[in-house]
Design a protein around this ligand. Sequence first.
Ligand SMILES: Cc1cc2nc3c(=O)[nH]c(=O)nc-3n(C[C@H](O)[C@H](O)[C@H](O)COP(=O)(O)O)c2cc1C
Length: 448
Amino acid sequence: MDNRMILVTGVYPVGGHLAGWRHPTAYPDIVMNLDAMIDLARTAERGKLQALFLADGNAVRQMDKTALFEASAPSDRPASFEPTTLMAAISQHTEHIGLFATATTTYEQPYLLARKFSSLDHLSGGRAIWNVVTTSYPGDAVNFGGAFPEKTDRYKRAREFVEVCKGLWDSWAADAFPQDKTTGQFLDSGRVHTLDHHGESFTVRGPLNLARSPQGYPVLFMAGQSESGRELAAQHADCLFSVAQTKEESIEVVRDIKGRMAKYGREPHELKIIPGVRVNVAQSRAEALALYRELNALVSPALGVQYLSSMVKEDLAPYPLDGPLPDLSAEVNGITSRRQSVWEMASRENLTIRQTYQRLLAADDTPPFTGTEAEVADELEDWFRSGACDGFMLSVPTLPLGLERVVDLLVPELQRRGIFHDDYSGATLREELGLRVPSNPHFTPQMV
Ligand SMILES: Cc1cc2nc3c(=O)[nH]c(=O)nc-3n(C[C@H](O)[C@H](O)[C@H](O)COP(=O)(O)O)c2cc1C
């Protein structure tokens, strides 16, 4: 395990708490507000964070849950930029930070997607990250003319999709475009490879109409944690956005997923496991807790129950607010890991529906690390040094305040402890994250 942790944070300015956007310090206007996102990106870069994250979906969600729809849950994003175009814009206002765009293998086409991410990698000077998702929200299917595919089919398509993209990214040798004015040779026709893929879901001839990008392939992030999700990550992911409530659970995720890599010819260090954590850091613990109280007071029980229902993919309105959750142990055609971790937490701690949503308002389904920079750093350091992860996906309750506190309080503390880098040093994001730049199997010598 690398001795420097990876820190990633979200760039969607609603904040991680359901009422985060209503805090007095939050941006007054966040709908399609590029300036707010650039401001967050620059703050994150000031703190030397390695990447900016933007989740995504392809539908307006929760229209049947009026309270939740009108309140705009952080994960629903009724007004959100398309991630690759947004990250291309942000790339022009930042220099080092990785740009993490989510795109789904369930509805995209590999040729178009490979082009977009290769473009982003060129435009950003080697900072593109593709968050490979299979989409967990059944409602997105209404915009693509068909039924929501079963999870096994989504993952089957995802595997072929990723393989086609990798094949397309290997279309050109890095020195394929001599652009020699004297001879008139623009490109070297011996330095291009035609993929000619004929598979179950895709037929793609190639080659890709972009030169090889600085990272060869963008960094591949994945998120699913079912059996199929773990296998796909073990085979193809550079980083996994994982979900774990406790350090022990996270150690188990690391052990399980890294243990699957050998059969794909990969070493454990080639996959970085990055669990999501909710961080509320302040100059005193009392100040951090006061922020949660202030935000929780803005959420009614009706809204809280709808929030929890959407998270666990089960309508909880018919159940007593102060009674236990119904049995949620069955796998559903959505996010297995999220539903199960919430259910396990509620069962373990005997929480009622009200207590569960109140807990999740502060923590979502991720561990809430709350307190001074020393207290929060103790938790992060403990997870990191115990082998529970390679870094963290940080979510903060409200923006920009939460991120400013991370940058001004938490980052210096982690640097003092020698577990977070002092500055960027890699030529590309892959180097920054300690990941291999993939070699192009079709051409030697390699000039990637
Ligand atoms: C932490 C996390 C973040 C995710 N982010 C997205 C996202 O932004 N967009 C999306 O369409 N799906 C997202 N997904 C859904 C996954 O790609 C996948 O479809 C889902 O988790 C179901 O697979 P699983 O049962 O293997 O977890 C996310 C999943 C997890 C666990």
